[in-house]
Each structure stands twice: as structure tokens, then as C-alpha cells.
Design a protein. Structure first.
Length: 278
């Protein structure tokens, strides 16, 4: 680790001696640590990998036609598919969950996530209070009543038609897919996003003026955590846009033996090189 970072993060990093001391699990541990006042703590280090040009979608959505929006939904489906297919950290590198509420029967892929959720639940009142008065005190006091006693109860195992157990499989999630985190830019040679109405790989270059930005909340969890805000905030509940998105997304939200190969196939794909071990 560079000395300039080790100076400010001496005890925060669970993998200080590993190749990935600034990975996801260390970031989550850093975010959960309440031993210091937030105003006196350094922010988690980040870097800008690419500068994207364009207008914030929230500012231009009213100028786009329905066909433009359908193409945008299609492009977002492809991009989110690529994000959700990125390989997760290898199991042997995961730290042991510190939460005693994590059960041996919990799916192994979810144990660290469940541990993090339980810790966040225990800190929910303080977290809401730190929002600066936007949440009424009476609601803060009742916040825990809206959360399950054991967060592992959110991971439901169901049976498919063949009798196999299936469950939501965790993936990398953006965690903040909103209309102000999407940039759009019309390619001059196209004149409009609607000149090509196709979702195949050959057309992605014509739609690459659509960018997802702000990965500061990148985490691991249920891919539905990206779909819900995307549908409500970006698509504003438009079913046609959701259908177009899912047509390009093409991934199941429940995983069993029958669709394991979809995820295993990316281990040797070009997308695996875009992931970093956390």
C-alpha cells in the first residue's frame, strides 16, 4: 500500500497486507466503523478512470422522444448486465463475518452481505439521524420495526419446476442508479439516438454516448437493488421501458443449477478483466 494512504488508514484495512487492501470488504468495514466522528475522518480513496461527456439525463429527459428512451433503456440493460456479470471476489479471500447472527445454513455467497446488513440495521437510528433532520424523529425511533430481526430472512430459497432450490445470487451492484447518474450525448453523425433501433452488440458503439457514472456506492448484493430505483426513478414506472431493459438484460433474478453456466461463462470473458478483487 502506498505510504500516503497507509498514513491515513492505519487500522481501517482488513487486508492491509494483501494485494487488495482498498477492496470492497475493507471499504464496508471502514463505512461501518463508528469509532471516529465522520467530520474528522478521511474519505475513502477513489480514482477517476474516465471522463465522460454528455448531459445529465435528469436535465434532458423531457427533450427525448419515446423511441430515444427505449434505446436508452436497451443500452442500460446491456451495461447493467455487464456489471452484474463481473466476477465476485474469490471465496477464499472473503473475511469471516464478525456477525454472530450469520448462520451456517445461510448461502455462502451471502454471508458477508448478511453480516454487513445486520451491522447496518443495528446502526440504523444513528445513520438516519445523521441525515440532518430530513427524517422526522418519530420515524427514526420506529425504523427498526420496519426491518426483520434477522436480515438473512431476506434471502429466500424457493423451488423451481424441477424441484431444485434457487435463490437470488449476489452480484456487483451500482447501488445508485438514478437519473442524475446517467449521462447522454447525441453522436453528431447520428443526429438522434433513434437512428438505430437495435440492441445487438454491433450497435453498442452507436449507443456508447450513454454512460453510467458515480460508482462511489459500488457494493455486492441483490441485483434487484439496481432494478428498483432504475424502474422508479429513471423509467418513472414506464412498463415499456422496463420491458426493453429486461430484453437486453437477459439475466435471471433467481439462480439455480439450471442457470449457473450463465455466470460461469464470464470467468474467461473480456468482462472478467474489468473486475477487481475486493
Amino acid at each position: 500500500m502506498p505510504d500516503v494512504l497507509a498514513k491515513y488508514y492505519p487500522l481501517e484495512l482488513s487486508y492491509a497486507n494483501s494485494c487488495f487492501p482498498l477492496g470492497l470488504w475493507s471499504k464496508q468495514q471502514f463505512g461501518m466503523d463508528g469509532s471516529a466522528e465522520s467530520s474528522n475522518r478521511p474519505i475513502w480513496p477513489y480514482m477517476v478512470t474516465r471522463k465522460c461527456k454528455g448531459d445529465i439525463f435528469a436535465h434532458v429527459r423531457d427533450t427525448l422522444s419515446k423511441a430515444d428512451l427505449l434505446n436508452l433503456a436497451s443500452s442500460l440493460g446491456v451495461q447493467m448486465r455487464n456489471i452484474h456479470l463481473l466476477p465476485l471476489p474469490h471465496g477464499e479471500s472473503l473475511p469471516e463475518p464478525e456477525d454472530n447472527n450469520v448462520k451456517d445454513s445461510d448461502p455462502p455467497e451471502w454471508k458477508q452481505v448478511i453480516s454487513t446488513l445486520n451491522r447496518r440495521k443495528n446502526n440504523i437510528k444513528k445513520h438516519l439521524a445523521n441525515w440532518g433532520g430530513t427524517v422526522p424523529t418519530v420515524l427514526i425511533e420506529k425504523a427498526e420495526e420496519y426491518l426483520p430481526p434477522d436480515m438473512s430472512s431476506l434471502i429466500k430459497l424457493v423451488k423451481d419446476d424441477d424441484g431444485d432450490s434457487v435463490y437470488t445470487f449476489p452480484s456487483w451492484i451500482h447501488s445508485d442508479i438514478m437519473d442524475d447518474n446517467i449521462l447522454t450525448q447525441r453522436a453528431p453523425e447520428m443526429g438522434s439516438l433513434t437512428d438505430t433501433k437495435s440492441t445487438g452488440d454491433g450497435d453498442l458503439e452507436k449507443l456508447n454516448e450513454i454512460h453510467i457514472i458515480d460508482f462511489s456506492d459500488l457494493s455486492i448484493g441483490d441485483p434487484l437493488c439496481d432494478l428498483i430505483p432504475l424502474h422508479l426513478d429513471v423509467f418513472r414506472g414506464d412498463i415499456d421501458l422496463l420491458r426493453e431493459y429486461l430484453r437486453s438484460y437477459q439475466l435471471p433474478f433467481l439462480r439455480g443449477k439450471s442457470n449457473n453456466d450463465i455466470y460461469k461463462s464470464v470467468q474467461s470473458s473480456k468482462f472478467s478483466t474489468a473486475a477487481y478483487r475486493a
